[in-house]
Design a protein around this ligand. Sequence first.
Ligand code: PLP
Length: 356
Amino acid sequence: MIEELVRDEVKRITAYQSSEKADYLINLSGNENPYPLPAKIKKNFKKTILETELNRYPEIWSTTLKQKIADHLNLTEKNILAANGSDEVLQLIMETFLKPGELVLSIKPTFAMYQYFTELVGGEYKSVRLNKDGKIDKELFLREVEKNKPKLIILCSPNNPTGGLLADDLHEFLQEIMKRFSGLVIIDEAYAEFSGETMIKYLREDSRFLITRTFSKAMGLAGIRLGYLVAASDVIKLVQKVVRPYNINKITSLLGQLVLDNYELVDARIKEIRKNRCRLYQMLIKIKGIKVYESEANYIYFSGKKILEMKKLFVDAKIKIRYYKSDLTAARITVGSADEIEAVEKVLANFYDMEC
Ligand SMILES: Cc1ncc(COP(=O)(O)O)c(C=O)c1O
């Protein structure tokens, strides 16, 4: 009965699936930062939160936080919009710009929420397959842009789940795209701090570039749900109309600011994660019969029929990783702490033994 009352778009989409069952000891499935908040930040947070008036609403549009993010990026506060995770940023962009029936063009494989948010507002979603190295097939993609005339293009670089930059000359490729269509391009930079590559410096070239960022990955704050949009001030003004007032709570805002104030601590951990990524990559490429993708992010994607066998060993070791495809021929492991990588190594070493 109640189903008859629901919007068609909601009827059509499937709720995001993720198992909450804690039947693992090590979780390497969510691309989170493995390290807890540095002690210095924790101490400062504890002191400040006790003085915060939690009976009062937060700043209506999070101006102080946005100013701090802008300073960090050498931009102005007018170029920033803050939301509850970059998931919400993506949803706000769709709600602002996408009309029912309009097309979003993306790549595959990529982050599942692009399709979800597109369909939630009644848009159509189409994706162009990446080449076998996880890079964008430029000719094919440009042809699809010309043929389909999308309203929005979403590109994720480094891409989730493949881990690499979409192209070595992504900026030139974006310029080519811009010549061929009149819509907007969203570049999802959820993992950009790990690669050191960003398109933010090209923002001034074209106000149709929108860049989404998050505090959930390199910043190590997945638990507070903070993300932001970086764009031309005209774009920000429009998306701002869709934002619910007081959307960022005081605790989230405070922690976001403290982490930015102590960015050198974040930076040290990014370096650590990169080092661990290198170790994990070396371990994976030792396994014959799987293809391991080079990663610029905090996870590594690999494919091959052996993954089904490997899954048994990971499950036995209570290590949770992410599996793809119904036949489980692709998987993604988050780069964990040194101890977690060691636990993974034990599983993989078993696996080498079985191969000999
Ligand atoms: C590519 C990409 N974009 C966006 C997000 C959403 O991040 P959050 O909503 O935590 O900021 C994720 C999360 O895994 C992601 O992988």
